[in-house]
Design a protein around this ligand. Structure first.
Ligand SMILES: Nc1ncnc2c1ncn2[C@@H]1O[C@H](COP(=O)(O)OP(=O)(O)O)[C@@H](O)[C@H]1O
Ligand SMILES: CCCC(=O)OP(=O)(O)O
Length: 352
């Protein structure tokens, strides 16, 4: 079975070709903050990302019609359970026109469905998987409920790998799981369920391109000053926040290079690792300190210098397991494979 995997992230588009469960070829197309900031709305990126995906397939001797199925990253649908879902026209319309949050993951099913021309398309563990306990939903004001938006796909996959390494059942393990990508998610997973996690779009630590949590009073003042129009205001915290805001780059490698002779860059990297560590401590308390391991993954986990700064602060909390990069492509391919081979029935998606 030939499977095309499509995974758009905030700083990259990852594509891969699998034959059954075997990875044949993969490529990461990185997008600089200048390239991404040209677009006002995520859906305006469809053509740019689609072209890259189709060219990747053709460069490797495939036409889209050669694939038996397409596995796409799951975007921001209404809160839903972990699993594999078949992509339908209704889902595509929701992602294009109704989703409340703009994010690159929303592009995957839309692009896949457009190019598929009838080939079945699946998503697995979308960004909006929701397994919160009731107390995690409380924000601090009754009008706003906290949302579960995180790197569900990779975090669940690395948790499976870690439980295998620990020789324990996935459902018996408690983990603090940290995904360090264009966005950052730090979650508390209790017996297989992500019972709390920072909303990777606008809570928690700052990331390569996002501000994370901000002082609410000051933000309200800026918003009401009308100094920035709505779109520009949003870009300040998603897209032009975090490393992009401080150091004009969404690439940690470039940011680390700057620290060699720039005191401000050093301070920013210290602040970033400090905030990530603080969130890990918070999630350890969600699990009442009963944790099998702290799992660290994502693109930033490729940097030993960066990870060592976090380790210095958290090593007393528990065992640390690092999985640089991600297992997202394997997880997506496996979801589509299991659905097409009838090993697992895909969940039918309906807008509630
Ligand atoms: N070898 C590396 N060392 C340090 N940072 C890296 C390395 N490789 C990738 N990164 C950083 O990881 C981030 C992207 O992570 P990734 O998980 O691919 O994110 P996304 O899928 O959200 O685009 C970028 O900031 C990139 O600079
Ligand atoms: C919105 C949660 C997922 C996320 O932040 O993904 P990226 O790191 O790919 O932007």
């Amino acid at each position: 079975m030939k499977i095309l995997v499509i995974n758009p992230g905030s700083t990259s588009t990852k594509v891969a070709i699998f034959e059954d469960k075997e990875l044949k070829i993969t490529k990461t197309l990185e997008h600089s903050s200048e390239e991404i900031s040209k677009y006002d709305h995520i859906m305006e990126q469809i053509d740019m990302r689609k072209k890259a995906i189709v060219e990747f397939a053709e460069e490797n001797g495939y036409k889209i019609k050669d694939f038996d199925t397409i596995a796409a990253r799951g975007g921001i649908l209404p809160p839903l359970s972990s699993g594999t879902y078949k992509v339908t026209e209704e889902m595509v319309n929701y992602l294009k026109n109704e989703t409340p949050v703009e994010h690159a993951s929303n592009l995957a099913a839309v692009i896949a469905y457009e190019v598929a021309d009838g080939i079945p398309v699946y998503i697995t563990d979308p960004v909006s998987v929701d397994e919160f306990v009731p107390e995690a939903r409380i924000s601090g004001i009754p009008q706003l409920e906290r949302k579960s938006l995180f790197h569900a796909l990779n975090m669940k996959m690395v948790a499976r790998r870690a439980s295998e390494e620990l020789n324990k059942k996935y459902e018996d393990c408690n983990f603090v799981i940290v995904h360090l990508g264009g966005g950052i998610s730090v979650g508390a997973q209790e017996k297989g369920k992500m019972i709390d996690v920072n909303n990777a779009n606008d809570e928690g630590p700052f990331s390569p391109e996002r501000s994370g949590e901000l002082p609410v009073g000051d933000i309200a003042k800026v918003a009401f000053s009308r100094k920035y129009e709505k779109r520009e205001m949003r870009k300040r915290y998603v897209g032009k926040g975090g490393l992009v805001g401080y150091l004009k780059t969404n690439d940690l490698r470039e940011a680390l290079k700057l620290t060699e002779n720039d005191e401000n860059a050093k301070k920013v990297i210290e602040g970033m690792t400090y905030q990530i560590s603080k969130e890990i401590g918070a999630m350890a308390t969600v699990l009442k300190g009963k944790i099998d391991a702290i799992i660290i993954t994502g693109g930033l986990a490729n940097s030993e210098i960066f990870i060592n700064k976090i380790k210095e602060r958290i090593s007393k909390i528990g065992l640390i397991m690092v999985y640089p990069g991600s297992f997202e492509m394997e997880a997506l391919a496996e979801g589509a494979y299991r659905a097409e081979k009838n090993i697992e029935s895909p969940i039918e998606w309906r807008k509630r």
